[in-house]
Design a protein around this ligand. Structure first.
Ligand SMILES: *[C@@H]1O[C@H](CO)[C@@H](O)[C@H](O)[C@H]1NC(C)=O
Ligand SMILES: *[C@@H]1O[C@H](CO)[C@@H](O)[C@H](O)[C@H]1NC(C)=O
Ligand SMILES: *[C@@H]1O[C@H](CO)[C@@H](O)[C@H](O)[C@H]1NC(C)=O
Ligand SMILES: *[C@@H]1O[C@H](CO)[C@@H](O)[C@H](O)[C@H]1NC(C)=O
Ligand SMILES: *[C@@H]1O[C@H](CO)[C@@H](O)[C@H](O)[C@H]1NC(C)=O
Ligand SMILES: *[C@@H]1O[C@H](CO)[C@@H](O)[C@H](O)[C@H]1NC(C)=O
Ligand SMILES: *[C@@H]1O[C@H](CO)[C@@H](O)[C@H](O)[C@H]1NC(C)=O
Ligand SMILES: *[C@@H]1O[C@H](CO)[C@@H](O)[C@H](O)[C@H]1NC(C)=O
Length: 452
């Protein structure tokens, strides 16, 4: 058995194409045959079908790592295209049946397991590899969150997170999550920590009090925040038996979402704080990547060697800003991700295709700097109700397969899918394959294994 595992590791590292490598493993046939005593003949083709799931398992149990400007998995270049799916830990768009956990002031509720599973299958179909999910990292200040108030952890909040992380793993997808938010949304953010420390500030105040910067400087607040991160990352997921810190499914954590100082987009996020939070993440999870959560590329953070990835958000798409950011990040020998992009084509920015062309051009290099881009944001059916889609009011909800989509909506979605496959050197056409809605989801019968 040990020999088998070792063989598979070297097999996956070499990443040969299935038809040739299958024949090399004919010597495994007797071993496999002994494991299936009443089985039928094991032809090379059938041995290949037995090996494929193991190759996928070797990959999903291996960490994504950075070398210079590029990300790798098992020695191969790894692309990080995907979606923002902000609601996986806690949602705000569905009113659950009476009796289920619900926080009416913000419409907060836990998503159904079927919604999560469907969205994972959708991402596989789209050629995505990575999910960015606010509520798998930001969960503070409301009764359904992980930290409703300081020192008072709500373990029930882990159930939806655990399921999402397990389902991502089973679908061959990876996750990263911001740890707090620059704003005061339903899932929480930096203002919770400020108010808990007695700074009476809300995100809607304009202008914001200069005390907002206490989030980055006040030792009491930093202590509470680091304790929260520790609680999150040391949690053992019952579906996997390992902590979030140890799970390769979570490639890393982002210090926050669109962090800034007291003015929108001012990038005034303390260097010392960013270093301290990245160090904390890596102390808990030595294989985790740290993503700078500052809104935009902040060159003052380049000396922070603990940062692996810098990112920017695009509303609207702006190829000049993208190219400039890539060049800056390349010069500091780190990875670039476009962490949120407007996919709709409804704004006066550059076209989605031209934006993707910039990214693909970089990907074709021997050592790319752009690992990928993440559109904002994905929704699926209101599972178990497979007749209607969940919508969100921001105008950016991507509902894959919704019959109400316009031709233009679907053209944009095809463009995304073609690009995500092109990033892996695979050509697909504009056809959008259907994704099954799990409907009356039964644990154990979900699409558990997808071999990508
Ligand atoms: C909650 O949802 C209801 C029904 O969709 C809506 O009318 C209401 O405005 C929402 N409340 C908040 C705080 O978003
Ligand atoms: C930090 O916050 C605490 C309240 O939690 C407060 O007592 C203290 O004065 C603050 N420190 C500074 C330097 O403002
Ligand atoms: C907090 O500030 C708001 C105004 O922004 C005020 O109405 C409220 O009374 C303040 N709360 C405390 C505890 O000072
Ligand atoms: C942001 O920081 C810069 C210096 O790093 C400073 O000049 C500027 O005033 C700060 N802006 C705000 C809004 O605090
Ligand atoms: C694109 O970004 C550049 C900065 O890189 C800025 O000067 C320009 O105004 C932006 N264009 C649009 C249309 O927002
Ligand atoms: C879908 O297309 C319609 C019609 O052009 C548009 O109003 C709507 O915003 C589009 N939806 C999204 C999420 O882009
Ligand atoms: C989704 O919400 C947006 C914004 O509120 C709205 O324009 C759009 O028509 C809705 N789409 C569907 C399919 O309900
Ligand atoms: C991409 O695929 C083509 C044809 O399948 C192949 O010739 C080429 O070498 C591949 N490029 C890379 C970078 O893998």
């Amino acid at each position: 058995m040990k020999l088998l595992v070792l063989s598979l590791v070297s097999l996956a590292a070499a990443a040969p194409s299935p038809p040739t490598w299958a024949s090399k493993f004919q010597n495994l046939a007797p071993m496999l045959k002994s494991m299936i005593p009443q089985g039928g003949p094991l032809s090379p083709q059938i041995i290949q079908t037995l090996l494929e799931p193991n190759v996928a398992n070797v990959a999903r149990n291996s960490y994504v790592y950075r070398e210079g400007t590029s990300l790798y998995l098992l020695g191969d270049k790894w692309t990080a295209s995907g979606a923002n799916v902000y609601w996986l830990g806690l949602d705000e768009n569905v009113v659950p049946p009476a009796g289920e956990p619900f926080y009416a002031p913000t419409n907060a509720s836990y998503p159904t397991k079927g919604r999560t599973t469907e969205v994972m299958a959708t991402l596989v179909t789209m050629g995505a590899k990575l999910i960015r999910s606010q509520t798998l990292g930001v969960s503070t200040g409301n009764p359904l969150s992980l930290l409703p108030s300081p020192g008072n952890y709500n373990e029930a909040a882990f159930e939806s997170m655990d399921w999402a992380i397990f389902q991502a793993r089973q679908h061959g997808l990876r996750i990263f999550a911001p740890l707090t938010d620059n704003y005061d949304y339903y899932h929480g953010g930096k203002f919770n920590f400020l108010r808990w420390a007695g700074f009476n500030i809300t995100g809607s105040q304009n202008p914001l009090s200069p005390d907002t910067l206490q989030f980055y400087t006040n030792a009491t607040i930093i202590g509470t925040f680091k304790d929260y991160i520790s609680h999150l990352m040391t949690h053992v997921n019952p579906y996997t038996g390992i902590t979030y810190a140890a799970d390769p499914t979570i490639i890393g954590y982002e210090t926050g979402n669109e962090l800034g100082g007291v003015k929108f987009g001012d990038k005034n996020v303390s260097v010392e704080w960013t270093r301290e939070i990245c160090r904390h993440i890596k102390t808990l999870g030595p294989n985790k990547l740290c993503i700078d959560g500052t809104y935009g590329i902040q060159p003052l953070h380049f000396p922070i060697t603990e940062i692996d990835i810098f990112s920017d958000h695009f509303y609207p798409l702006n190829n000049t800003k993208l190219s400039t950011g890539i060049a800056q990040v390349e010069s500091t020998d780190r990875v670039y991700i476009a962490g949120e992009i407007d996919w709709t084509g409804n704004s006066n920015g550059d076209s989605l295709q031209s934006f993707y062309d910039v990214i693909l051009q970089d990907q074709l290099k021997e050592k790319p700097t752009v690992a990928g881009s993440m559109f904002w944001s994905l929704f699926g059916h209101d599972v178990p109700d497979c007749t209607r889609f969940v919508n969100h009011s921001d105008g950016f909800a991507l509902q894959y397969g919704n019959p109400l989509n316009t031709a233009k909506n679907n053209t944009q979605i095809s463009t995304i899918r073609e690009h995500y496959f092109a990033m892996q050197n695979i050509t697909v056409d504009s056809y959008l394959p259907a994704v099954a809605c799990p409907h009356n989801f039964i644990p154990g019968y979900e699409a558990e294994y997808t071999y990508f």
